[in-house]
Write a protein that binds this ligand. Structure first.
Ligand code: AMP
Ligand code: DBH
Length: 552
């Protein structure tokens, strides 16, 4: 197998980045044994009572990698990884990076719809899932998806009750055997720095989420520069709270940044305040990252639980809009330095500096983490706006790939010919070069940092026979920022309730966080000049519905 849909980096740029040392010219897996040598006995990963040293991590990752290699997986293959925040996430990811098998980072709430569509798009050869998670049987999900994929795919399970026909990942991690021989074999058979290291999902705006290929070179750039922007070092104890397959907790700087800096990663299986506070206290966590919706819940809980957060120095908050007064309240309530982050799996990451003034820390999302990142703000015609004006942000740089994986038509819309990525975000840049996110032009719903493509939800609802017309729009929400609202026009004599729509979409295998939480039924839709649902008008209508008293 090879990755035909990969949009390669221009050769001259790749050479220039390597020559300038912006790209380290190494693979991510190549660090494992270097770390095991320098700091082998130090704890790298903590998950409840499980503690892995840097050496344990290298030994186990190699053991898993070689045994997966023996089962026929290797460079040029990809697997869907849908694991919760447990220590196995770190070992599985490290093993795949060593072997050159590309992990496609799925999220635990994803279901048949997402796994099948993405798995088919990337040509997944296997799925790595938990057995049961939050009461849901992921093993059976993986069997269904494997059967639906065009090619053969193995089911790899991290869990206690591994079914016949699935592979027990824990049995493959055991450190028995010849550690040195495995290490030599992997050093010879591993990937090269320009290979794809990981596939990340973007919220995207089309039917299914878009896949972003990140090479070892460009992802290492991301990790190194974000870790620097967050002053990560050997004393960093990073708590991974958001689902680890997200670019933010994974590599911005997240768990990979903490390991790269010589620190320690603590996994929290849940973002709820109780376990998070308990982990911060028990492990003396120094930094964590979360979306505003999650931090708001921590603030509420802190008032009653009164946790000891004295070790927590830095809180990275980003992923969705954050008002300055709330940012300030977060820092005061949790008594730590707030670093706002505006980032995207497509590459660009901006961070407010750890020592920023209150004005910068609370009122902006900071400058790009590297001077090599370029920003360009344009108006509706694509012309640069005057300094300080709001417009759509275009960006280019050593961490921003030149196209999504395998979607040439989409790429002509999302990227300019000279390599600028159209973020779809409305921003202004302050005179000091700090980004301030002001809104967006892309058609998605940002539910507490989870990006939901309006098109994906609309396509599934439109397929219901009762539905004549549908439009998904963001409905403002005090905690999540936005939730999905579906405007629907039914065929004559037909109707469905919100509960019925929820059931039908769940049956079709759509992740729960994408399912509309509000339904507004219309007899007639407002349309744009080209005959599409007029979403601007629908958003105004929604605001009116929320302010005007409703007829009984
Ligand atoms: P994704 O492409 O799925 O990685 O999501 C990245 C998108 O999340 C960005 O393009 C923004 O729309 C949004 N985002 C990330 N950070 C922030 C932030 N601090 N404020 C507002 N929106 C954000
Ligand atoms: O929302 C995101 O995708 C995001 C937020 C903060 C991100 O990718 C990142 C930082 O790197």
């Amino acid at each position: 197998m090879s990755f035909d849909g990969f949009v390669p980096w221009p050769q001259d740029l790749a050479h220039a980045y390597r020559a300038a040392g912006v790209w380290p010219g190494r693979t991510m897996g190549s660090y494992l044994w270097e770390w095991a040598g320098d700091r082998g006995d130090r704890v790298a990963v903590v998950d409840g009572a499980t503690r892995l040293t840097y050496r344990d991590l290298a030994v186990r990752a190699d053991a898993l990698a070689v045994r997966l290699g023996e089962r026929g997986l290797g460079r040029g293959d990809t697997v869907l990884v849908q694991l919760p925040n447990t220590w196995e996430f770190a070992v599985v990811t490290a093993a795949l990076l060593r072997l050159g098998v590309v992990p496609t980072m799925m999220l635990p709430p994803h279901r048949d719809h997402e796994l099948t569509a993405i798995g088919a798009h990337v040509g997944a050869r296997a799925l790595v899932v938990p057995g049961t998670w939050r009461g849901y049987d992921h093993q059976q999900l993986a069997f269904r998806v494997a059967a639906a994929l065009p090619g053969p795919a193995e089911v790899l399970v991290v869990g206690d009750d591994v079914a016949e026909g699935a592979i027990d990942v824990r049995s493959l991690l055991s450190p028995d055997g010849d550690v040195e021989a495995r290490r030599r074999w992997l050093d010879e058979h591993g990937p090269s720095p320009s290979d794809i290291a990981v596939f990340l999902l973007s919220g995207g705006t089309t039917g299914v989420p878009k896949v972003i290929s990140r090479t070892h070179d460009d992802y290492l750039f991301n990790i190194v520069h974000t870790a620097r922007a967050c002053a990560f070092g050997e004393d960093t104890v990073y708590l991974a709270v958001l689902p680890a397959g997200h670019n933010f907790p994974l590599a911005s700087p997240g768990l990979l940044g903490a390991l790269h800096a010589g620190g320690r990663v603590v996994f929290s299986a849940s973002p709820r305040a109780e376990p998070v506070f308990a982990a911060i206290e028990a492990e003396r966590v120094t930094a964590t990252s979360a979306v505003p919706a999650v931090v708001l819940k921590w603030m509420d809980a802190a008032a009653t639980l009164k946790p000891d957060l004295s070790s927590l120095r830095y809180l990275h908050v980003g992923g969705s809009m954050l008002a300055p007064d709330i940012a300030e309240r977060m820092a005061r309530t949790l008594d730590c330095r707030l670093q706002q982050v505006y980032g995207m799996a497509e590459g660009l990451v901006c961070y407010t500096p750890p020592d920023a003034s209150d004005e910068v820390a609370f009122g902006t999302q900071g400058p790009p983490v590297s001077a090599f990142d370029e920003l360009l703000v344009v108006d509706e015609d694509g012309s640069p706006v005057s300094p300080g004006e709001i417009g759509e942000l275009l960006t280019r740089g050593p961490g921003t790939p030149r196209g999504y994986y395998g979607v040439p038509d989409q790429n002509r819309l999302s990227f300019t010919e000279d390599g600028w990525f159209r973020t779809g975000d409305l921003v202004r840049i302050t005179t000091d070069g700090h980004a301030v996110v002001c809104g967006r032009v892309k058609d998605l719903i940002n539910r507490g940092g989870e990006k939901i493509s309006a098109g994906e939800v609309e396509t599934l609802i439109q397929e219901l026979p009762e539905v004549a017309e549908v439009a998904a729009v963001p409905s403002p929400d005090p905690v999540y920022g936005e939730r999905v609202c579906a405007f629907v026009r039914f065929h004559g004599g037909c109707s469905l309730s919100l509960a019925e729509i929820t059931r039908l979409l769940t049956e079709r295998g759509l992740a729960a966080f994408k399912i509309p939480e509000r339904l507004e039924v219309l007899d007639a839709f407002p349309h744009t000049a080209v005959g599409k649902a007029d979403k601007k008008a629908l958003k105004v209508l929604l605001a009116d519905l929320d302010t005007l008293p409703r007829a009984a």
